[in-house]
Ligand binder design. Structure first.
Ligand code: FES
Ligand code: FES
Length: 81
C-alpha cells in the first residue's frame, strides 16, 4: 500500500450532529487523531480534506473507513472491508 493511500480510521461511520451554515473538514487520509475531521496530519501525503457545509441542523454519518465513493459521507462501502 502506498503511503498516500487512505487509511481505515475505523470500519464504521461517525454519526455527528452538524449545524446549519457551519463548515467541516472531513479527514480523507485516515491519519487524523480528531476523527472524522482533519487535524492536519495529511501533510505527509498527497491527500487533502473534503470540505462540507451543513445546510441544516441534522445528524450526518461521516465515513470512517475512508473508502467511500461519496465522500465525506458513508455509502456503505465499509461493509465490504
Ligand atoms: Fe486526514 Fe487532514 S488529517 S485529511
Ligand atoms: Fe466508510 Fe461507511 S464508514 S463507507
Amino acid at each position: 500500500m502506498s503511503d498516500d493511500a487512505p487509511r481505515v480510521a475505523r470500519s464504521s461511520p461517525y454519526a455527528i450532529p452538524v449545524e446549519a451554515g457551519k463548515s467541516y473538514f472531513w479527514c480523507a487520509c485516515g491519519r487524523s487523531a480528531d476523527q472524522p475531521f482533519c487535524d492536519g496530519s495529511h501533510k505527509a501525503t498527497q491527500l487533502r480534506p473534503v470540505k462540507y457545509t451543513a445546510e441544516r441542523d441534522e445528524w450526518v454519518w461521516f465515513c470512517g473507513c475512508k473508502q467511500t465513493g461519496d465522500a465525506p459521507f458513508c455509502d456503505g462501502t465499509h461493509k465490504s472491508l
